[in-house]
Design a protein around this ligand. Structure first.
Ligand code: PBG
Length: 333
């Protein structure tokens, strides 16, 4: 007698060949999804490699432009510039940040002159590289005598900084300091100064993360202590949705989740809720870990790089800030 076996689902049928796998791939990665963070340092004769971020440099203006050309040639359409001032140009209010002749604004100008509208120039809108205490805002003393980062006293400085960046040629400003109300304040300043066309990429869900470690070397940070009084607690997910909601209501054109890989759950929830593009920042520590293990041959660095970027996209990121942008884009072309 003919024996009837129940039909068996065979998911492996869709994994058999490269053509089949490509046919059914749900997630894609394009060079244009990637944004390259870059560092321009004052007073350098030569670009200086950041020890804990092999392959990433503090740039001179010349090497910055060269590296930006390489990124564009690989298909990257946006770079995010951070300024590294000389220590003597740091002060309590980070005044070099709003100075048109400050390192960051000069870098933005140089990039815009070189590339026009072919490459989007984004500028980091935060005081921490420019303050002598290393905090993202200005300090004051509260009514109990404690030193605190003063939210509302910081907002006018962010406004000044964003307007200076827009004037220098930034297409996008990116407030990363986690002050409440920073998006509304910056939007209002840009609009009243004639920069209604400049977009805001809001660091909305930014966690007080040890994964930022190598970045502190990259920008020569003066910070002692931590940023837990303004960046989010890694224990919390819900407040990310509140931060996103507020930033969108205040006029954010993009919202960001940062770091990326340890926070894919946050990214997934934000991507479900956000009406604007969602960006993830694969931060310095994530980059350093992949590079370190890759250099030792403990993992295949290139494959882990691509898998991490694909995972970040799969979790819901529309764009990814990554120090791998040029290298990954070349592999994707
Ligand atoms: C602050 C800022 C930081 C990073 C981007 N912007 C550091 C911090 O908040 O301490 C970290 C980026 C990285 O680790 O790659 N302006």
């Amino acid at each position: 007698m003919h024996s009837l076996t129940p039909p068996v689902r065979r998911p492996r049928r869709l994994r058999t060949t490269p053509a089949m796998r490509e046919l059914v791939a749900e997630t894609t990665l394009r060079p244009a999804d990637l944004i390259l963070p870059m560092f321009l340092a004052e007073g350098l004769e030569q670009p200086r490699e950041i020890a804990s971020m092999p392959g990433v440099h503090q740039h001179t203006t010349d090497s910055l432009l060269r590296a930006a050309h390489e990124a564009l040639d690989a298909g990257v359409r946006c770079v995010d510039l951070f300024g590294v001032p000389l220590p003597e140009h740091k002060d309590a209010t980070g005044s070099a940040a709003g100075n048109p002749e400050g390192v960051l604004n000069k870098g933005v100008r140089a990039l815009r002159e070189e590339f026009g509208d072919d490459l989007l120039i984004m500028a980091d809108t935060c005081l921490d590289e420019f303050t002598d205490h290393g905090h993202c805002g200005v300090l004051s003393t509260d009514r109990h005598g404690a030193t605190v980062v003063d939210n509302d006293a910081t907002l006018p400085l962010y406004q000044e900084m964003a307007v200076a960046q827009a004037r220098a040629g930034a297409h996008i400003v990116s407030p990363s300091g986690m002050m409440d109300g920073q998006i509304a304040a910056i939007r209002a300043a840009l609009d009243t100064q004639g920069f209604a066309d400049v977009a805001i990429m809001a660091y909305s869900a930014k966690y007080a993360s040890a994964f930022f470690g190598p970045f502190r070397e990259a920008v020569g940070s003066s910070l002692e202590g931590d940023r837990r009084a303004y960046q989010q607690d890694p224990a919390n997910a819900r407040e990310s949705l509140l931060e996103v909601e507020l930033d969108v209501a205040e006029g954010a054109d993009f919202v960001m989740v940062k770091p990326a890989l340890p926070y894919l759950d946050i990214l997934c929830r934000v991507a479900d809720a956000s009406p604007v593009p969602v960006v993830a920042y694969q931060v310095s520590g994530e980059y350093a870990m992949i590079q370190a293990a890759g250099q030792r041959g403990w993992v295949d660095g290139q494959q882990v790089m691509m898998e991490s970027l694909l995972s970040i996209r799969r979790a819901g990121a529309d764009q990814i800030l990554t120090y791998f942008a040029t290298e990954a884009a070349r592999l994707l072309r």
